[in-house]
Design a protein around this ligand. Structure first.
Ligand code: FMN
Length: 406
């Protein structure tokens, strides 16, 4: 389930060089579970044929309502009433001007005027057209009228020079739309709640160029942050260094060492409803941090490193805990349940997610995981091997069912 599942989405396509990109966006919306219909302007049909949109959506395309053969319906009203979400993409300067002034001189603009659904506008045009005071005035009017407008990208334009006005890539448009829709959907399970997630492996510096870390990729934590956002939460993702893209709509707090992670978690913890500690935090750090790069000791083969314990974040937070529901992770290579149970009790967790990282497809780096969920005084539950996104969903649903929001 996503915010798009079974949503009736009308995509209004106008006539610009980026019209073909609406096809890619429509495919993505359909993949997310949306039912998509298209209304297009006559000029849009100069760029991409209605047949292409019709075939892709498996729905009739609204183009010219005056030659309709359907006597049962007034085409634009039927489509406007059916619509739950409307996306104008690409929105030409002309379409923006018409909508801003309430013009309705074709099927597309009449449908826009006739629907009460939330409307999202994705402008795309030449940079001078975009910067023109008339266009800017029209865009301001759309915002004032309650439409949601995406700022165009800056880059190479079809005209062969760079400027602001490009249609953002379809993935970026989908991410923006999804985030907007989450904000407009108050009945999502985590709406109005704050979820704090930590992710990635911390780094403990030895000298200016070296550090001690672990094999954590951050994928489990990032999946949790994304799923929590999709479930409606305000999400703070406290992340050690990773190479992963930050999920849209999530506030990122970059950290480095265990101690910087502790500082960030303490700051976010106070008004958190759920804290999920998915980061792989170093248990030790080098006792001395060398100010210069450590050289090979002259005449000796070995170098001794002395390590000092890092702060125990979960234990520290257990002492500060009020209403928060705290989820910990345990990556084990042996005695999974015994070690995990000890951690659950010792660190006063509400839920412990244990995984045996010695098993294929489980734990670090991969895209899948299989976990055992332990809660105080309840039987452990072991999941199937599944995508980290699916596991994230199970973890958050378990927390909610366990009373995390009470
Ligand atoms: C090749 C070509 C590319 C165009 N690209 C754009 C564009 O990207 N954005 C835009 O606002 N207008 C663009 N135009 C101008 C629009 O097609 C024109 O303003 C038209 O009246 C828009 O009609 P519509 O808004 O009803 O689709 C382009 C025109 C041509 C001939």
């Amino acid at each position: 389930m996503s915010v798009w599942t079974k949503r009736h989405v009308t995509v209004v396509v106008s006539g610009g060089i980026a019209s073909y990109k609406a096809l890619v966006l429509i495919r993505s919306l359909m993949k997310q579970g949306a039912v998509v219909r298209v209304a297009m302007t006559a000029h849009a049909a100069e760029f991409v044929t209605p047949l292409t949109f019709q075939t892709l959506t498996q729905q009739p395309v609204v183009l010219d309502e005056f030659t309709t053969t359907d006597p049962q319906h007034v085409v634009h009203v039927a489509l406007a009433d059916w619509t739950e979400v409307m996306v104008l993409v690409p929105a030409t300067a002309n379409l923006i001007a018409k909508v801003a002034n309430g013009l309705a001189d074709d099927a597309a603009t009449t449908t826009v005027l006739a629907t009460t659904a939330p409307k999202f506008v994705v402008p795309a045009m030449n940079s001078h057209m975009y910067a023109n005071p008339a266009t800017q005035r029209n865009l301001e009017q759309l915002t004032a009228d309650g439409l949601h407008v995406l700022t165009p990208a800056t880059g190479m334009l079809a005209e062969g020079y760079a400027g602001q006005g490009r249609l953002p890539e379809p993935e970026a448009i989908l991410a923006w739309l999804t985030d907007q829709l989450i904000q407009l959907t108050p009945d999502l399970p985590l709406a109005g709640r704050h979820v704090v997630v930590t992710a990635g492996g911390t780094r403990e510096a030895l000298d200016p160029v070296r550090f001690i870390t672990n094999r954590s990729s951050g994928k489990m934590g990032y999946a949790l942050a994304q799923v929590a956002r999709e479930m409606g939460a305000t999400v703070t993702l406290i992340s050690a260094t990773t190479h992963l893209p930050v999920p849209t709509g999530v506030t990122i707090v970059p950290v480095d060492s265990a101690s910087s992670l502790l500082t960030a978690v303490r700051t976010a913890f106070d008004d958190a409803d759920i804290l999920v500690m998915a980061a792989a935090v170093s248990d030790y750090r080098p006792t001395e941090l060398a100010t210069q790069k450590i050289k090979k000791p002259a005449g000796h083969g070995d170098l001794m490193l002395q390590l000092t314990e890092t702060p125990d974040i979960l234990k520290t937070l257990a002492a500060e805990k009020k209403h928060q529901y705290v989820v910990g992770f345990a990556a084990e290579t042996q005695d999974l349940l015994a070690n995990a149970n000890r951690k659950l009790t010792h660190k006063k967790l509400d839920l412990l997610v244990a995984n045996d990282v010695s098993q294929p497809g489980v734990g670090f780096n991969g895209d899948t995981n299989q976990v055992t969920l332990l809660r105080p005084h309840q039987q452990p539950v072991t999941t199937e091997l599944a995508s980290k996104t699916a596991i994230a969903k199970i973890i958050l649903e378990t927390a909610i069912a366990d009373g995390a929001l009470n």
